[in-house]
Ligand binder design. Sequence first.
Ligand code: BTN
Length: 254
Amino acid sequence: MSLNFLNFEIIRFDVLDSTNNYAANLIKASNPEEGVVILTNWQSAGKGQRGNVWQANASENLTLSVILKPEIRVRNSFQLNVVMSLAVLDTLKEFGLDAIIKWPNDIYVGNEKIAGILIENSISGDRIKYSILGLGLNVNQISFHQVNATSIAKCTGKNIELKAVEELILNHLKRSYLRLKMGQYATLKNEYYRNMLGFQEIRSYEDVSGIFDGVILGFDEQGNLKINVNQTVRTYAFKEVKFLFNSQNSSSID
Ligand code: BTN
């Protein structure tokens, strides 16, 4: 299999409510081939994780959704988070930025969030029929409502051509997706671990029973986070555990 296995077809908009929503409607209406990319300059109702909104200034950032047909089992769907997270990391590296992944799929530079990923799947039996990989990557925006947000421009001091970032993301995504298709998930996962916030390190977390220190051991097949707390392994699904930014002020980076 070569990189030609996937051709991107980009559909551009000035304004959309959400690129993920547009992709979902397109899938329902026309069963598209994989590789369709929905890109917009601005979203009026951008969606984030946990029902949050994703806000990004018009024409300053990358907001896109990629439609894939990965033919993987539903229980393996976290593989797509790994594929997209690594594509973002590889892209940021091209700008000299050493980013980290905050499980499950936030990308940080230092203590500030630079990108978020929202993956939505349509399922048939135990397989993923379609996957929508939504990405919001802050590129040229300098000031944010959120306190802990950053962008490529803020980190590098340079204004960046959006088109260049778009091309890098899509190229790196093609590469990491090809690696998944070629059965190299174990190496992709190790790469995720190497760049994962808190991996094999003592940090503070919070769950329903309170604040605790633990060491991330990795995640299981379904993407559930495994944390070693006093020699007991705790397993967390999305939203069940909060990373505390630093134990001194306990600010969270949820
Ligand atoms: C998060 O960090 O909470 C995830 C943010 C995902 C935002 C992107 S922007 C493009 C795509 N369309 C959406 O409505 N959301 C995702």
